[in-house]
Design a protein around this ligand. Structure first.
Ligand code: FE
Length: 342
């Protein structure tokens, strides 16, 4: 009888606990707007939920995220944004949509040059602008620096997408930061004079042009090499990738230019503490490895191992000029691009 009573008591306590836990977890959630498709980020969001008890909901936003958040105003569901490129992160910041993240975990995991000094955005992956070179026609060592692309001896040998694209604008901003405005303009004009054809298409089309013999060198973001090499839907792209190798420029000086994909905490976040927990999780080992590797990028956290396949494309050192400075120099870069007709 006594035993029976205590069992009842035990069950009642357990039941209460279950109800209590259920009530907490139902309230604990975080909502993210993401440029990356939910199925790609689900695996580590599930891990986050497992570790924290916080449910992470993702809204996939294909384009126009700044406008979407602007139109939603204070009622936005987004606690945070996941997006690519320093220009887009800066756009959200300039529109007043983000608030500072102050976290010792983030500061420890992510080097300062990959974060906004005020904590408005935080880089999660590094993507580097490399030079793809024809395996058939270019001897290794022919080009070592971005600066070489303006050398008249490469006249008619180079392909790029439009200079006004954010990837090229950020690259030129990094060249301004390294060499000054006048030299950067000289470089842009020299590069344009060396182009094999008028800029057209995206980064992958430049590699296609190398495969077709139109040019020998192309500026591309490193991850496109992986996206082509393993493209099952468009196997012709595997052949494009197979026709080139990657040059990581400026290894004897400042390093290869870095752009980022990153995260920000929205100004009107309803689940601010949970979003900060998620951001901290995203800068840690588990998420860093997977988030980078899924898109053939490099972790922003230098302590996290680079995926083996991606590492096999070449070791390199990163230009550590701050991404904030790149963002600040972007308008100047665009003016140079316009004057150079790139
Ligand atoms: Fe891209």
């Amino acid at each position: 009888m006594v035993m029976h009573r205590s069992l009842v008591l035990l069950a009642a306590v357990a039941g209460l606990n279950l109800i209590g836990a259920g009530a907490v977890s139902a309230a604990e959630e975080v909502n993210i707007y993401s440029y990356r498709q939910p199925f790609l980020i689900k695996p580590f969001l599930d891990e986050f939920t497992k570790q924290s008890g916080i449910k992470a909901n993702v809204v996939f936003v294909n384009k126009g995220m700044v406008k979407k958040i602007e139109s939603e105003g204070k009622n936005t569901k987004a606690d945070g944004i996941l997006t690519v490129d320093i220009s887009r992160l800066t756009e959200h910041a300039k529109a007043g949509q983000l608030q500072p993240v102050k976290s010792a975990v983030v500061d420890k995991n992510i080097p300062a040059y990959l974060r906004d000094p005020d904590g408005l955005w935080i880089g999660l992956t590094r993507r580097v602008r490399v030079i793809a070179a024809s395996k058939e026609r270019v001897k290794p060592g022919t080009i070592k620096n971005y600066e070489d692309l303006a050398d008249p001896k490469f006249k008619g040998k180079i392909c790029t997408r439009s200079g006004s694209h954010v990837y090229n604008r950020a690259l030129l901003a990094s060249i301004i930061a390294a060499n000054g405005e006048a030299k950067a303009e000289e470089w842009a004009k020299g590069l344009v004079a060396n182009l094999a054809q008028k800029p057209q298409g995206g980064d992958r089309e430049q590699v296609k042009a190398i495969k077709e013999g139109v040019c020998d060198f192309a500026l591309i973001n490193n991850y496109y090499f992986g996206l082509m090499k393993f493209n099952k839907d468009k196997p012709e792209q595997q052949a494009w990738a197979d026709s080139v190798y990657l040059i990581f420029p400026n290894q004897d000086n400042r390093g290869t230019q870095v752009n980022i994909s990153g995260v920000g905490l929205t100004k009107y976040a309803k689940n601010k503490a949970n979003m900060i927990k998620l951001i901290e999780f995203l800068t840690g080992d588990f998420a860093q490895h997977k988030y980078a590797a899924d898109n053939y990028e490099y972790p922003a956290n230098p302590a996290v191992a680079i995926d083996e396949e991606i590492a096999s494309w070449g070791k390199f050192k990163s230009d550590q000029v701050s991404l904030k400075k790149i963002a600040d120099l972007s308008p100047t870069a665009q003016k140079i691009i316009d004057r150079a007709g790139w």
